[in-house]
Design a protein around this ligand. Structure first.
Ligand code: ZN
Length: 324
């Protein structure tokens, strides 16, 4: 039986069901918040909001949510465990590191050839998250997340990506990414990982739904990767109508087996707090695909079979990764 790790333990791959592959529950910044608390954050209130939100999502037919909140975005597994204990939905978590430019000071000093000369701590940390569990929680990560943005592959991002490649080679876990669509950073990611021997079919290039450049998206998929149309509702970047147009076009062109859908939404983010989202991106929430996008797709002639391929089959494939 092939299984995938979730916050409550392994789940048989055939029970993952309809899956949102790139979401967040809580995006925070613990050190900053310990010294400059955000006025909108309330631990109990937002934990309850997440429980209620995920239970509502389960009732709409979503079975699994992948939380790609890694260090750099305030990952804190005990809080996710509190939520997972009160909802039937599967929550999958990830390892990796989220930074557009720099690693924290610790990594500037600790590592091969650095002042505290030692093996690459990023490798140890990513692999331990996957094979033994995150910190002392025993919750195992099932994806590896990295980011490149408009600054490209900076020296520290290079280091994160190298460690991600090592962790992939060692565990077979799929690498999933943040990109800056306007800067086509998915291309650099493919080149980088290909050079390190990571098969491109084990890469999910994220935030491709922000792009309206068909040839860029086809190139990424023709090279073997799955892409994430993973920001439905983020209409401050691109309107959902345009996101839907591209999705329908890609299905018509035969790319349905290379797509994953999600929102990149969250119940709380310190960066774009709930009051800001309510005002500027009212459709940016975890139920947008269920409530608005899937009905629109069906209206445009996308079959239930195709929707199943994208939301169940493809999602399961990337979560299983490459097994020995
Ligand atoms: Zn994200």
């Amino acid at each position: 039986m092939t299984s995938v790790e979730t916050v409550r333990g392994p789940v048989a791959v055939e029970n993952l069901g309809t899956t949102l592959t790139h979401e967040h529950l809580f995006t925070k910044n613990p050190e900053l918040e310990q010294n400059y608390p955000h006025p909108e954050w309330d631990e109990d209130r937002f934990v309850q909001k997440a429980i209620d939100g995920l239970n509502a999502l389960k009732a709409k037919g979503i079975d699994t949510v992948v939380d790609l909140t890694v260090p750099g975005l305030g990952r804190y597994i005990p809080r996710i465990q509190k939520v997972a204990a009160e909802t039937e939905i599967n929550i999958v978590v990830a390892t990796g590191f989220y930074s557009f430019k720099d690693l924290p000071m610790f990594f500037k000093v600790n590592g091969p050839g650095l002042i505290v000369d030692r093996p690459e701590p990023l490798e140890e940390y990513f692999i331990k998250d996957i094979t033994q569990g995150i910190a002392d929680t025993a919750v195992k990560a099932a994806m590896i997340k990295i980011a490149t943005d408009e600054y490209g592959i900076t020296p520290d991002v290079d280091r994160i990506m190298r460690a991600a490649a090592v962790a992939h080679q060692e565990t077979g876990t799929t690498i999933t990414t943040h990109t800056h669509a306007e800067h086509f950073t998915g291309r650099d990611q493919q080149k980088f990982f290909e050079a390190l021997g990571v098969p491109l079919e084990h890469l999910v290039i994220g935030h491709c739904g922000d792009s309206t450049d068909l040839s860029y998206l086809r190139e990424l998929m023709d090279n073997g990767s799955t892409i994430g149309l993973d920001r439905f509702g983020m209409e401050q970047v691109l309107q959902d109508d345009q996101r839907i147009d591209m999705l329908v076009k890609l299905c018509e062109l035969g790319y349905a087996d290379r797509l994953t859908l999600s929102h990149d939404a969250g119940f709380f983010s310190i960066n774009t707090p709930p009051s800001w989202r309510a005002k500027h991106a009212p459709n940016w929430h975890h139920a947008n695909i269920s409530d608005r996008i899937l009905p629109a797709l069906r209206e445009r002639g996308v079959s239930d079979e195709t929707i199943h391929q994208i939301m169940v089959t493809n999602a399961a494939r990337v979560l299983v990764g490459r097994r020995p």
